[in-house]
Ligand binder design. Structure first.
Ligand SMILES: Nc1nc2c(ncn2[C@@H]2O[C@H](COP(=O)(O)OP(=O)(O)O[C@H]3O[C@H](CO)[C@@H](O)[C@H](O)[C@@H]3O)[C@@H](O)[C@H]2O)c(=O)[nH]1
Ligand SMILES: [Mg+2]
Length: 194
């Protein structure tokens, strides 16, 4: 199939209460003709995430926090176990994960390695998420972490054996997409095998 030619006809702002919800009408043209479609698109910017791991201890650092959208969709407690992550503000993705690692886990990491980038929900959300891995050591724990009190983040830090994290993916206790992808990336690339 040839790529369609796209022409954006109209963009209507439905909400800019915190992020942007827009209604977009566009022409989708192929050799068969033109079809006009309308879609709602949620734009909350782009994000970056990092899996902290240590080969020697065989551990990864994850975080646990309440996520309202999951609570509204069958996650009974609303609590989610995730890799540390945040929205890219002014900084580049690597800077973002360094900042978020400090804010959320208290680990002051320096070297980060890009793993991949992924559109998280391409039918509705514009966001691309830049995914990193980084080695941490105990002496990098220089602050408490836990997220920004001003943002009511209430983040719990979980340092656990890599094996246990993989079992939690299997059991469904870890059900966050970026976290599953990063744990499997670490497994495929043997990051935690000495
Ligand atoms: N007042 C208000 N605050 C909001 C709203 N939406 C988000 N926030 C707040 O904005 C802050 C965002 O925190 P970050 O750590 O920067 O982002 P995140 O929520 O962890 O997002 C990360 O994970 C997402 C889910 O996997 C990713 O989608 C995202 O890209 C990023 O990586 C949080 O304190 C959150 O409560 C809103 O509608 N209103
Ligand atoms: Mg976060």
């Amino acid at each position: 199939m040839e790529n369609p030619k796209i022409n954006i006809r109209e963009t209507t702002l439905l909400s800019d209460n915190h992020y942007l919800l827009q209604k977009v009408t566009f022409d989708y043209t192929t050799e068969k003709g033109t079809d006009t479609q309308t879609r709602e698109v949620y734009d909350r910017g782009n994000g970056a995430t990092v899996l902290l791991y240590n080969r020697e201890y065989g551990n990864v650092v994850l975080i646990r926090q309440f996520r309202l959208p999951t609570y509204l969709n069958k996650n009974e407690t609303g609590m989610m176990i995730e890799a540390c992550a945040g929205l890219i503000e002014e900084a580049d993705p690597a800077e973002t994960v360094r900042r978020e690692a400090i804010e959320e886990t208290g680990y002051h990491i320096s070297k980060v390695e890009k793993a991949f980038a992924a559109y998280m929900s391409p039918g509705a959300v514009t966001e691309i998420l830049h995914c990193f891995v980084a080695e941490y050591t105990k002496d990098m724990k220089l602050s408490e972490g836990g997220g920004l009190a001003t943002e009511h983040e209430n983040i719990q830090i979980l340092e656990m054996p890599f094996k246990q994290a993989l079992e939690m993916v299997k059991s469904g206790e870890i059900s966050d997409a970026k976290t599953i992808m990063l744990l499997q990336y670490a497994q495929i690339n043997k990051l935690l095998e000495i």
